[in-house]
Design a protein around this ligand. Structure first.
Ligand code: 0X9
Ligand code: ZN
Length: 300
């Protein structure tokens, strides 16, 4: 019902989520948490363990339209969690997962039909189109590394949460963040595991935990035979950028383990990563998710 040898359109991915809900009704719930600007559904798949006091784990992909490896990777992860459940470690079956494969469906579809390297959503402005959904979150909104200029790739929008996509995701997370201990948003490319803050080179007071668990995730990725991932504070390792979802998850939703994972590669193909990478990147990313999951399962 889902294949991993090519990049799929939104309808295929959403169709697969509906198929899982029908086939595994005791395990899987699909919630339309809202609609994109152009009216496409934002579909969250909830994989509910049934374990009392289960910790919750948020995963998303596709906030940046051109980063095609991210919806594919997230779809691979959820397919393993649902359809290959018996093969998974016990602790993994005691965590509830909330997974949104495509945060920016309008942009994602636009990269298939019009412009392969489109990044933003499809907000029509007076001079240019598109808000960068990873500069639109209501925590240090409008700060360093974001722009007030519509024509920029890092345009932060007309105000915090001006876009329906970030609004829907943030509302849903705040309504479900009791016991939510991990937040992973997938991007590409560069092979980094990044933790807050992104709005400045400061680090959270518990950054040693984020660093330790990030390193465990990177090591787990390496052991799958995958790429080498570098771990660190996002403003120091990459560049400062305010208004991103990871900072909001940590600073406002108070989710302890908040990461941005920049998937393959290191620049050879960049956003145009060949589809033959979907399975290996899916496997290394599932290994990262497991490493973080095992930590939150142990934690109080
Ligand atoms: O700039 C971004 O939004 C991310 N990199 S990308 O090349 N995929 O666009 C990095 C975001 C890192 N997190 C924060 N700066 N808070
Ligand atoms: Zn990105």
């Amino acid at each position: 019902r889902m294949t991993f040898h090519k990049y799929h359109r939104m309808e295929d991915i959403h169709g697969y989520l509906d198929y899982l809900a029908q086939t595994y009704p005791q395990l899987v719930n699909i919630t339309d948490i809202g609609r994109s600007l152009e009216g496409r559904p934002l579909k969250v798949i909830q994989i509910i363990s049934g374990h009392p006091n289960a910790k919750r784990f948020w995963i998303d992909g596709g906030i940046h339209a051109r980063e095609w490896i991210t919806p594919a990777t997230v779809t691979y992860i959820l397919s393993e969690l649902v359809e290959n459940r018996e093969a998974q470690d016990e602790y993994l079956k005691k965590i509830d997962f909330y997974i949104l494969p495509i945060v920016n469906p309008d942009g994602y579809e636009y990269t298939h039909t019009n412009e392969r390297l489109w990044r933003k959503n499809r907000r029509q402005g007076t001079t240019c189109t598109g808000t960068d959904l990873n500069r639109n979150w209501g925590f240090h909104w409008g700060g360093v590394g974001s722009s007030k200029e519509q024509c920029q790739q890092i345009y932060a929008g007309s105000g915090p949460f001006s876009e329906p996509e970030t609004q829907a995701v943030s509302k849903f997370i705040l309504a479900n963040n009791a016991k939510m201990k991990a937040f992973v948003t997938f991007h590409s490319y560069g092979q980094y595991i990044l933790y807050p803050w992104g709005y400045s080179k400061r680090v959270p007071q518990d950054y040693a935990d984020l660093d330790r668990v990030g390193r465990a995730a990177a090591e787990a990725m390496r052991l799958t035979g995958g790429g080498a991932y570098t771990v660190g504070n996002s403003a120091q390792l990459l560049y400062p950028a305010a208004g991103a979802s990871d900072d909001w998850a940590k600073g406002v939703a108070k989710i302890k383990y908040a990461y941005t994972i920049e998937l393959r590669d290191k620049g050879k193909y960049g956003f145009l990563l060949p589809a033959s990478n979907i399975l290996p990147v899916g496997k290394e990313s599932l290994a990262a998710v497991k490493a973080i999951a095992s930590e939150i399962y142990k934690g109080k």
